[in-house]
Design a protein around this ligand. Structure first.
Ligand code: ZN
Length: 192
């Protein structure tokens, strides 16, 4: 049982073209995992695969924490497969925090689940927040790792179902810009 980039392309979760990522970098590849996870059976299967990868490391998990919005579905399905609690963090006024009403015990062993790890920066922010609540972040998992490094969270173990080797460029170095190709900024909304 595994997931491939081809599966994500088939579900339109992976598109090629010319994109401005939320990081500001340009790329010829864009991922929107929600399009893969919109079919509950695919989401459930992905959660089972991620749970299996985590279990293979013999890591004990008490709960899964996923950052909203991207991590919610895959995090919940992974928690279901591991038979543990599913919580999430959200950003409020620019600050990442646990959703109101959720709490973590001191020393609670947490698995963080994301859809895509791009630079790892936002995940590291979640790690820091959860540690400030007293939790122990024992592993990170994601559907896709497009960070270009095997584990941006060392020494915390990290598992991804798909490792995608996508090129990204600074706008001034982008070969697609140089060709004059029209750019798509998928994450942008009016007034943002
Ligand atoms: Zn470009």
């Amino acid at each position: 049982m595994n997931l491939t980039l081809e599966d994500l392309t088939a579900s339109s979760a992976h598109r090629t073209g010319h994109f401005c990522l939320s990081s500001g970098l340009h790329s010829g590849d864009y991922l929107q995992c929600a399009l893969h996870l919109q079919e509950p059976q695919r989401a459930e299967k992905a959660g089972r695969m991620l749970a299996q990868a985590i279990r293979a490391n013999s890591i004990e998990i008490d709960s899964v924490v996923s950052p909203a919005m991207g991590g919610l579905i895959i995090g919940h399905e992974t928690a279901r497969a591991l038979d543990v609690t599913s919580l999430f963090t959200e950003r409020k006024g620019g600050e990442m925090m646990l959703r109101r009403g959720f709490s973590l015990r001191d020393g609670e062993r947490v698995l963080i689940v994301e859809d895509v790890v791009t630079t790892g920066k936002s995940t590291r922010e979640v790690i820091t927040i959860l540690q400030s609540y007293g939790a122990k972040v024992v592993a990170v998992g994601s559907l896709v790792n497009r960070s270009g490094v095997a584990n941006p969270f060392e020494p915390i173990p990290y598992e991804a179902l798909v490792v995608a080797d996508f090129s990204t460029w600074k706008p001034e170095e982008c070969p697609l810009c140089a060709k004059g190709m029209e750019i798509d900024k998928p994450g942008s909304r009016p007034g943002k």
